[in-house]
Design a protein around this ligand. Structure first.
Ligand code: PA5
Length: 435
């Protein structure tokens, strides 16, 4: 089974053992709500057993389609917003070369990959069109509802480009639609045009969909081993399927954040120590923000990329309003490490680090920051992931999905709806005079 993701509190005083014990009955109830799928929003709990019962036939079709895209494309554009792109982007950034798109083609496992449809910026779209103009292009348009404005607008522009460049028939070969199995404008268009189509399962909402075709197709196009991701998620299913709080790191995390929330810690800062985590943090923010923030409740999920943000947000975190706690997401063994060389002259005074690795220094920074935060009144949680690999990416996704559902149930809200997202859409469409 390999190593486990570990959870621990840096400062024992913020949450005392008896406070966790008092939550044991609540965790037992929450566990039953999740696994029986009888809790609020239970019709969207398809992600719970997905690592075991995912559609193998579709999974193989994903790998086959990804292989074809890798062979025929220089650029692959993923069009989607929220849960329809953050999962794929988080995996690609965490598991690929930091400058993947800039690598020579023979050093990449697939085409350059870009994202669109997550904003309404004319500059972003125009500049993306500029850099893709001369290259063989394939699109993956992803929208569960099939009606979201941001991806629909970007898709309109790129579809037109493909049809002008390759003709209607040629364009058809270069568009993959991932959407609902029967409803929505995208499904209708995909059926009429005969696009290759993948389905977002009915019982899985956008922010829980990274382990479906929504995330897996773009991840596989990026040359990442999605079998390993699903294996990691399956181990996560087993480890975080334990009912007992004492044996389940995922429930310990959920219970701890709930206790801190009740003590007025209304902001959670996810602290990571490698820029490769920037989009994992974005995925995490959507997962927790949309799942918990409702009915006048919810922890505000914020993120910081350390050590960069110690030089911008560090002062506020250490010394500002005491309304936050931090959760450090730490990778025990990163995908890449580098030794610090001894130079002939110690002109920069850094020879005391010679022979050590960058990861070693990063680890000391992390430990120093956590100790400083704890002493500054910032409760400090730590989640330690053994390795930066597809396997542990899958396990991490499952860990956070389960922790998020448990946190929302502990808070007394439905983890799987997002009624608040509709409010801006109504106002915007009225201002746009949508018929
Ligand atoms: O989690 C969710 O359901 C949302 O954030 C959606 O992922 C997001 O709004 C995009 O929706 P759709 O896939 O329908 O275009």
């Amino acid at each position: 089974m390999g190593k486990e993701i570990l959870f621990h509190m840096e400062d024992a005083s913020s949450v005392r053992p008896h406070e966790l014990e008092y939550l044991e009955p609540a965790i037992t109830r929450v566990h039953k709500l999740i696994h029986s799928r009888k809790g609020p929003g239970g019709e969207f709990a398809g992600w719970v057993d997905l690592p075991l019962n995912y559609d193998r036939e579709e999974f193989n079709r994903i790998k086959e389609t990804a292989r074809k895209i890798r062979e025929t494309s220089e650029v692959f554009i993923v069009i989607g917003v929220g849960g329809s792109y953050l999962g794929a982007r988080s995996a690609l950034e965490l598991l690929q070369h930091s400058f993947y798109n800039q690598l020579p083609a023979n050093k990449r496992k697939g085409p350059e990959i870009y994202f669109a449809g997550f904003n309404i910026s004319p500059a972003y779209l125009t500049h993306l069109l500029d850099i893709t103009r001369e290259k063989e292009l394939t699109l993956n348009v992803i929208s569960k509802s099939g009606t979201t404005l941001e991806p629909a607008l970007s898709f309109r522009v790129f579809r037109d480009l493909l049809e002008k460049r390759y003709g209607k028939k040629g364009a058809r070969e270069r568009i993959v639609a991932t959407t609902d199995k029967s409803k929505g404008a995208l499904k209708k268009l995909a059926d009429e045009e005969g696009y290759t189509t993948f389905t977002v399962p009915e019982d899985i909402g956008g922010r829980y969909s990274v382990l479906t075709a929504v995330g897996l197709l773009p991840i596989s196009v990026g040359g990442i081993d999605i079998d390993e991701i699903m294996k990691g998620a399956a181990v996560g299913h087993q480890l975080y399927g334990r009912e007992s709080l004492a044996e389940n790191a995922c429930y310990q995390y959920a219970a701890t954040r709930n206790i801190l929330y009740r003590k007025g810690k209304v902001i959670e800062l996810l602290a990571t120590y490698d820029p490769a985590f920037l989009y994992f943090s974005e995925w995490w923010k959507q997962l927790f923000g949309e799942s918990e923030g409702k009915d006048g409740k919810g922890i505000f999920p914020a993120s910081a990329s350390f050590t960069r943000d110690l030089h911008s947000l560090g002062q506020l975190i250490q010394d500002g309003c005491r309304n936050l706690f931090s959760t450090t997401l730490w990778i025990e063994s990163p995908a890449v490490d580098k030794e610090i060389d001894k130079l002939e002259e110690d002109i920069d005074g850094l020879d005391y680090l010679a022979g050590k690795s960058f990861h070693f220094v990063n680890n000391k920074a992390c430990r120093g920051v956590m100790a400083a935060h704890a002493s500054g009144g910032v409760p400090s949680l730590k989640i330690t992931v053994p390795e930066q690999t597809p396997f542990y990416y899958g396990q991490m996704v499952y860990f956070f999905e389960k922790a998020c559902a448990a946190s929302a149930y502990l808070l007394g809200v439905n983890p799987f709806d997002q009624p608040g997202v509709e409010a801006y859409k109504k106002k915007m469409f009225s201002l746009l005079a949508k018929p």
